[in-house]
Design a protein around this ligand. Structure first.
Ligand SMILES: Nc1ncnc2c1ncn2[C@@H]1O[C@H](COP(=O)(O)OP(=O)(O)OP(=O)(O)O)[C@@H](O)[C@H]1O
Length: 240
């Protein structure tokens, strides 16, 4: 469904990302694991067209999106939930969701998408008139994901959605992401919360110092000693 390659990002002299490549199939959850500063956010932003990556190749269902500006990439079916959520705090939940439905691909199916979002996040349905800045962090994350889903995406890119949430909310959020997958949407998830994200993922990629250094099924990554040492706090034979 989504195939990307040759993703390189530089900030001045600093090479944040070199020649990254990955793929996401329909309805798959893919997690990208990496330490702070490894290049995870840069990867998602480059795919979404928000950072220049001149030689990048981005194909969605065979269509070449490599040279499209960000709004046309959303129009093609790729939506990003940025780190820090990017919600409009002074607007209500309903207004934030409506903004997500702006792409042409979303307008005709606005009612269906809204119903889907309400089913996934019932709390949003109860709070449609609430100003978003008065909501909890977890609720704001639901608004951000709901708004991205309103664009009727084929693939959702999520940058550290669990950041700042309590363990209980992280579990709720990841359960909701599983349900998003069941609707046929593919998810490309950047996470530092390796344990919870591998528990819901189909496959994963490891990124270190701007390079993809490994990949595998979630089960293989969970039992890999190097992954356990770096991200899960223990060896396969240990208690972790
Ligand atoms: N606007 C910028 N200007 C200069 N350097 C940047 C900029 N944005 C990111 N970098 C650098 O590029 C590298 C990769 O950053 P990136 O945000 O992609 O990492 P990350 O893996 O998402 O990290 P984190 O988990 O901390 O969010 C880091 O060394 C970072 O300092």
């Amino acid at each position: 469904m989504l195939e990307v390659s040759n993703i390189s990002v530089t900030y001045g002299q600093h090479h944040a990302l070199s020649d990254a490549a990955l793929h996401v199939e329909r309805g798959e959850i893919i997690v990208i694991l990496g330490a702070n500063g490894a290049g995870k956010s840069s990867l998602l932003k480059a795919i979404a067209g928000l950072l220049p990556s001149p030689a990048k190749i981005v194909k969605l269902a065979g269509r070449d999106l490599s040279r499209l500006p960000p709004h046309e990439i959303v129009e093609a079916g790729l939506a990003l939930v940025p780190e820090g959520r990017g919600v409009f705090g002074e607007l209500t939940v309903a207004e934030n969701l409506l903004l997500g439905a702006n792409p042409k691909r979303a307008r005709a199916v606005e009612a269906e998408q809204r119903a889907k979002v309400m089913t996934l996040f019932p709390r949003l349905g109860e709070r449609l008139a609430q100003t978003v800045r008065t909501m909890s962090g977890g609720e704001q994350q639901m608004v951000a994901i709901g708004r991205a889903l309103m664009s009727n995406p084929e693939i959702l890119l999520l940058d550290e959605p669990s950041l700042g949430l309590s363990p209980l909310l992280v579990r709720e959020l990841f359960a909701a992401l599983r349900k998003v997958r069941e609707t046929g949407v593919g998810l490309l998830l950047v996470e530092q919360n390796a344990r919870e994200s591998l528990a819901i993922a189909d496959r994963g990629y490891l990124i270190e110092n701007g390079k993809i250094t490994g990949s595998g099924t979630a089960a293989a990554l969970q039992s890999d000693d190097a992954v356990r040492r770096a991200y899960l706090g223990g060896l396969a034979s240990g208690a972790a």
